[in-house]
Design a protein around this ligand. Structure first.
Ligand code: MSP
Length: 652
């Protein structure tokens, strides 16, 4: 029986300069999805590439005294290297300058012309060169390009037009009848209400004012203007319009086109209309994800505030960067990139939660059993809960991955990591090891830890190409114990060969030092002045006391937290930075208690956290909540709990 197929695409990127972390975001997401489907046994086609034509490229090349092809060749080489660095597993890389693409676009253009869906007329309107977009008078915003806000130029020339208006009703019907066609749903409503219902105008699809493009085969003074050329890549890459359309027959229609939110319109209106005109099936889904922005606004080369993924991968490794991109922001929403957020995630999720879990488990199996667990094992308290969380993890992860919810899928996996860490606290293997009569129980506890790690290591494969291998080596997890299917079954780990300690998976990073070194290399989007203003605001004191009602008090969420680690904030004699555990979650809190407590005194203490305070930055370090303390002239003592209660418990 032939395998089920899965076809996923990224947009094809403009090679007008080096790609930044925002571009990597789309490609990493597509790669995670492609890896996931391959692991599930699908025959996957994952396409990415470059969109190389247009006036802008022609201009830049001329400025550099080289041909447009020389110019793009050079940049495309860099893009391919970046994808290698990010461990992108695309099955095909299309360049719109590839001969087969050019020939197929010419055929498509001609077929649409022959059908009457492309006709010649005259274009008069406004053109935005950086965006390569034509706009009508009414579409302009304050006389400027509605997409980028830059100046537009008036143009008038003979052009070919695509009869987009003819497809308006069919498009509305398609969107209404296929609620999943555009994801997330908010983008679907935007398309229907803002573009389709007000009425579609025919689209200008050729240009005579520049010649860096696919020539119209039957009227050579025209070149095909951007969208027919660019969008066709999704089918020409499969051989559509060539002698060999085997891949087209196998993979089309695409399962999902991943695109940034600003090009959803082209992919859900122009592209389906083109396909309708060609009498081809429509893609099953277009997913419009949000932008990764810096605190100062969208990354753009012209603003000079782009974040270079190469620097980040060199410093922290590809797995940490891929993890951060997919974990930090719910896929679909906009998200802020900051160096602090990146390092906090690496420290808390990767170094503390996963890295420590693996190294502690391997170390304990070595210490107590010389690397090999005995067959005699004895189950006990807490085992069932651990097994049920880990046992269901595969199906919960799959459910979320199928909806491209990368961030929640990772959150779900990390909940299981936290559950496993909690199991260590609950079962206290070091205490069991003190008494020979507990050997069987100790063996079971360590087996359960290794088995939980095995399941996690299999499920993180779509996101992290390197870490699973390192874990498998350390725990001696064999090939059969690594299959995707095996993550759905508890008890697969065989420990046939002894475990062996290896390198630390994610070394902890000294935030303060690292931020300083990064600030010299990567703009954080935040000027020093803004930073200062925020700090002083965070430290602002409210004067006077006011009576409040119980409902006001109810707005404050107080929780018991346990201090996991604590360190002094560099260059501050007042601040300590604490990592605290609050149930399943970990928080980083900066507190002005350094004159009263030494960091090592606090580790293990249970304190009270104001858990729903807006995050604030102190000395550039994000504080996710506030620790309560009582103050008396020169003295300060931390508020703590009277009795044994789990962290995460609510304080009322
Ligand atoms: N060439 C067109 C796409 C044609 S597809 C038939 C194009 N290229 S682009 O290089 O400008 O952008 C490619 C993709 O990168 C878009 O989906 C865009 O949304 C995405 N991103 C560019 N900057 C981004 C961020 N800062 N954050 C997230 N995605 C970003 O558009």
């Amino acid at each position: 029986m032939s395998k089920k197929t899965f076809y996923i695409t990224t947009p094809i990127y403009y090679p007008s300069g080096k790609l930044h972390i925002g571009h990597s975001y789309t490609t990493v997401a597509a790669d995670a999805m492609a890896r996931y489907k391959r692991l599930q046994g699908y025959d996957v086609m994952f396409l990415t590439g470059t969109d190389e034509h247009g006036q802008k490229i022609q201009r830049v090349a001329a400025e550099n005294n080289i041909t447009p092809k020389q110019y793009v060749d050079n940049i495309v080489e860099g893009i391919k290297k970046l994808w290698d660095l990010m461990k992108i597993t695309n099955d095909k890389f299309i360049r719109t300058t590839d001969d087969y693409h050019v020939a197929a676009v010419q055929k498509i253009f001609k077929a649409l012309y022959d059908k009457g869906d492309i006709y010649k007329s005259e274009y008069e309107g406004w053109y935005c060169t950086p965006c390569e977009s034509f706009w009508t008078e009414t579409q302009l915003v304050d006389g400027n390009c509605p997409d980028c806000g830059r100046k537009v130029e008036k143009t008038r020339e003979e052009s070919y037009f695509f009869r987009l208006s003819k497809y308006q009703d069919r498009l509305i019907r398609h969107l209404e009848e296929n609620p999943d066609f555009i994801q997330p749903a908010s983008r679907r409503n935007e398309m229907i209400n803002n573009f389709l219902k007000p009425g579609l105008e025919d689209l200008c699809v050729s240009r005579t004012s520049f010649n860096w493009g696919v020539p119209v085969s039957f009227d050579e003074k025209h070149v095909v203007y951007v969208w027919i050329d660019a969008l066709s890549n999704y089918i020409t890459a499969l051989g559509y319009g060539s002698d060999n359309d085997e891949n087209f027959n196998k993979f089309w229609p695409a399962d999902v086109h991943l695109v940034g939110k600003e090009i959803v319109r082209f992919h859900t209106i122009i592209w389906p209309a083109m396909l309708m005109a060609l009498e081809l099936p429509l893609p099953k889904q277009v997913f419009g994800h949000g932008w990764l922005v810096l605190e100062g606004g969208k990354m753009s080369k012209s603003k000079g505030n782009v974040v270079d993924p190469v620097i980040l991968v060199d410093k922290y490794g590809v797995d940490a960067i891929r993890y951060f991109l997919l974990r930090e922001v719910p896929f679909g929403a906009d998200g802020v990139f900051s160096n602090e957020a990146l390092i906090s995630r690496i420290n808390s999720d990767l170094a503390n939660d996963l890295g420590n879990l693996v190294s502690r488990t391997v170390a304990m199996i070595n210490k107590y059993f010389n690397g090999s667990l005995p067959k005699e094992r004895q189950s006990g308290d807490f085992d069932e809960d651990l097994k049920s969380v880990l046992g269901n993890l595969k199906s919960r992860t799959e459910e979320l991955m199928d909806k491209l919810q990368f961030s929640t899928a990772l959150a779900e996996i990390w909940k299981a990591v936290s559950r496993t860490n909690k199991y260590i606290d609950e079962t206290m293997p070091w205490a069991l090891a003190k008494d020979e009569s507990n050997r069987a129980r100790l063996a079971e506890v360590l087996y359960n830890l290794a088995e939980s790690i095995r399941i996690v290591s299999v499920l993180i494969q779509p996101f992290m190409p390197e870490t699973p291998l390192k874990i498998w080596e350390q725990l001696a997890i064999s090939e059969e114990e690594r299959t995707w299917e095996s993550a759905g079954t508890w008890g697969v780990y065989s420990n046939k060969s002894p475990v062996k300690a290896g390198e630390v998976l994610f070394p902890r990073i000294d935030i303060a030092k690292e931020l300083e070194s990064l600030a010299n290399m990567i703009p954080s989007g935040d000027s020093k002045q803004q930073e200062k203003a925020k700090e002083s605001k965070a430290e602002e004191k409210v004067e006077g006391v006011q009576l409040i009602g119980i409902e006001d008090f109810g707005k404050v969420e107080l929780r018991v937290v346990k201090v996991l680690s604590c360190e002094k904030v560099e260059k501050s004699d007042k601040l300590l930075k604490l990592i605290v555990k609050c149930g399943e979650e970990q928080r980083q809190v900066v507190s002005g208690i350094a004159q009263y407590y030494k960091p090592e005194e606090l580790v293990g203490k249970k304190l009270i956290l104001v858990a729903n305070l807006k995050p604030a930055k102190l000395r550039g370090i994000e504080s996710q909540g506030m620790i309560l303390a009582a103050e008396e002239s020169e003295r300060l003592v931390l508020v703590t709990v009277d009795g044994d209660i789990a962290d995460g418990a609510k304080v009322r």
